[in-house]
Design a protein around this ligand. Sequence first.
Ligand code: C2O
Ligand code: CU
Length: 546
Amino acid sequence: AATHEHKWEVEYAFKSPDCYRKLAITINGQYPGPTIAARQGDAVVVTVRNGLLTENVAIHWHGIRQYGTPWMDGTAGVTQCPILPGESFVYRFVVERAGTYLYHAHYGIQRQAGLYGMIEVSLPMGESEPFSYDFDRSIILADWYHANTYEQFVALSSVPFVWIGDPSSILIQGRGKFKCSTPGMEPELCNATSPECVPHVLTVVAGKTYRIRIGSLTSLAALSFEIEGHNMTVVEADGHYVEPMTVKNLFIYSGEAYSVLVTADQDASRNYWTTAKIVSFESSTPQGLAIFNYYPNRPLRNPPTTPPIGPRWDDAEARSAQSSAVKALAGYAYPPPRKADRRIVMLNTQNTIDGHVRWAINNVSLTFPQTPYLIAYKENFRRAFNRTPPPDDYDFGNYDIYAVAGNPNATENDGVYRLKFNSTVDVVLQNANTLNPNTSETHPWHLHGHDFWVLGYGSGEFDRVKDPKKYNLLNPIKKNTVAVQPYSWTALRFTADNPGVWAFHCHIEPHFLAGMAVIFEEGVEKVGKLPSSIMGCGLTKGYPKP
Ligand code: C2O
Ligand code: CU
């Protein structure tokens, strides 16, 4: 196996990805960050130097299991102390499975400032995918805000709460187009002819088939992605093969990664639109546009049509139907254990704590201790966080998921769900009403350190007797990120077989910031000696550096 070494300088730089100039967090001057390419079983070594003047940083390798290296997960507050300004940290891990993964900042709300990229892991030499294509391409989708992360952080944590508003643009592979003619736009800030905001172009040759890896790193929005006039066949989801599924548009949630196959089989004398539209809430943000260019037409020649408008934003049924249709590819399905040892039902609610708007799970809104959990366990700091675990259920039978909570107060806590090593755990995510009447949001949940089987989706309140009987135990897809739709539930199963401490959270960055997360611990006693490079904060202040 090979070792891939990267040296990254993380810095702020002026970028105009949608023609509007703002500060973005870049890697070696790039936004989005460079793609990491490796083969299954290879080692990846990334030396990150924090070149931000006043902010800490940490980088998470989203979808990488980190088996045996839980301290390399890059989750500030959970698996490491953040990297201080001016300091460097070396991430060193093995990529265990072929597939499409992501990486991004995991400190504060830096992700939405642009610190992210893709990880593409190919099969070992001589092995081939169970599908064929001529070329491999990739696209990162993101929503983009002109307000900086400080303004957003202050807005979100203010009393009263100040909503950050709709994204300014949707970016396809780091490119979008804000309307610089919007009244009040300073011409020196918004330059419609900046080369940075020329649309992304995917050039294809008629008759060829393209594998397009699509990852979403939106801060907030769920998107519908579409290539005008072309079907897409979904073949991979979060690193697992999918029973080929042909769609006209792909719904994609923050933290998800898919591969689709697209054959350039349409009229080759013209170009086509590629669109990304917000579907999880009603939005004034125009859809993101890119160009699907048939060679040898001019790459930037506009298609002769108007861009497809995509599905209605409020058609949650279409979204659920697509999610439910994703199944593991026959012959590659690893059926889950028949029964779980434990079931944790997690009620997702929006709450208030001392006037602040927060999100909570079973009425507990997560706060992070000063000493990262992994370090606290291994160094035996008994008081680093609350040792009483959060509840495995909510007050079932006495909670109306369709109503604003009678008492919207939640508690803040930093307790941990301790899972028996190697046990089988079911998690049922139960969505509910927010603080506004007749409103329930979509939440994409991401689990660190594991892939889980997606056992089922349903609308309404999870029926503890009937619904488990409908679980798909035959060919459920394995994923690391899954959505829970408004007023609905999603059921997952995983094996707690990865020694360490792992975050499980909503991938919407402002929700995570507001406490929509839980922490799992399993087999921490099996974790080897922690590298001192992850220490230095909380109760390890002043610990010797190597
Ligand atoms: Cu991609 Cu904890 O996140
Ligand atoms: Cu959420």
